[in-house]
Design a protein around this ligand. Structure first.
Ligand SMILES: [Zn+2]
Length: 301
């Protein structure tokens, strides 16, 4: 090969590289089979509804630790599991365990991507599998860890699978107590119920409080899904979800948040919120849209 051919080859390689990048920016590539498998496992009867303090919750946590490691997450502050104590609504002292990992970015400044892995357990011998609430968000975290372990982000991404959300956002409250760490957190992206909708609609909540995020979110490639804003004003026809899930403790510390979630549905907190009732096509598109949003926010914040 002469010098000119080498030069041409080098140019060609660079051009192909550039093409790949732009294709990925339109629709970042995800492993959907693994996503659906993670959703299936987390919402299976074996996990017994993942109620905090139960065997099923522990099994879900062990699965998450295994998958965090396999997907390429680094440990967070010395480990993947982080215990915390809290008092439940009945006044009992309880222990919860968050599962946390990170992907180092080009900067130390942090975006926390969260979902809760606990659900409400077994009632009257019926298992509440919580497939949408919130195995859907938790399985998405695993997919994003895989993606970003191969595509270095700008910010350091911390992936938090919170425990005891259903007992009053306890895992997120414990996590946000670490003031030194919180100083580096620029944004929380919280996913809670992202899989179940019949109208192809997903909400991005929080831009009423943090309007600077709206123009960024409006640039996101949303595919077939209609990305809606709202559910974040007290005086509105829509319910205010500002304090409805794990983004609330971040907001209370003054940290901007975007919460992705669907409108309440017939399976919400019912035993029918299970793997079989999840519309997989909507779920895949929702996970894709949120990845596009993470990518856009990561580059523009
Ligand atoms: Zn939830």
């Amino acid at each position: 090969m002469n010098y000119r051919n080498i030069l041409l080859t080098v140019c060609l390689v660079f051009m192909i590289g550039a093409c790949n990048n732009s294709a990925e920016n339109g629709n970042l590539l995800l492993n959907y089979d693994q996503l659906i498998e993670d959703l299936r496992v987390l919402s299976s009867d074996e996990m017994e509804g993942r109620r905090t303090g139960t065997d099923g919750n522990r099994k879900a946590r062990e699965y998450l630790v295994y998958r965090y490691d396999e997907a390429g997450a680094n440990v967070f502050m010395g480990g993947f599991t982080h215990e915390f104590e809290f008092t439940n609504r009945q006044g009992d002292e309880m222990i919860g365990v968050n599962v946390i990992g990170k992907i180092p970015g080009r900067s130390d400044s942090v975006i926390v991507i969260s979902a809760h892995y606990d659900h409400i357990g077994i009632r009257d011998s019926l298992i509440y599998n919580g497939a949408d609430d919130d195995a859907s968000g938790t399985a998405a975290l695993l997919t994003y860890i895989s993606y970003f372990s191969e595509h270095t982000p700008e910010h350091t991404l911390v992936f938090a699978a919170f425990d005891a959300e259903e007992m009053g956002l306890q895992g997120a409250r414990a996590f946000t107590q670490n003031n030194d760490f919180m100083e580096r957190v620029k944004l929380n992206i919280n996913l809670d119920m992202i899989a179940q909708n019949t109208k192809n609609e997903l909400y991005a909540v929080g831009t009423y409080h943090y309007p600077e995020l709206k123009p960024i979110l409006k640039q996101v490639d949303t595919g077939e899904i209609n990305l809606l804003f709202g559910h974040d004003e007290a005086d509105s026809e829509l319910d205010d979800w500002t304090y409805a899930s794990d983004h609330a403790p971040f907001h209370q510390k003054g940290i901007p948040f975007v919460y992705f979630g669907v409108e309440d549905h017939e399976h919400y907190h019912r035993p029918t919120d299970e793997f079989e009732t999840i519309p997989q096509e909507f779920y895949k598109q929702s996970v894709q849209l949120i990845l596009n949003a993470i990518h856009t926010l990561d580059h523009q914040l």
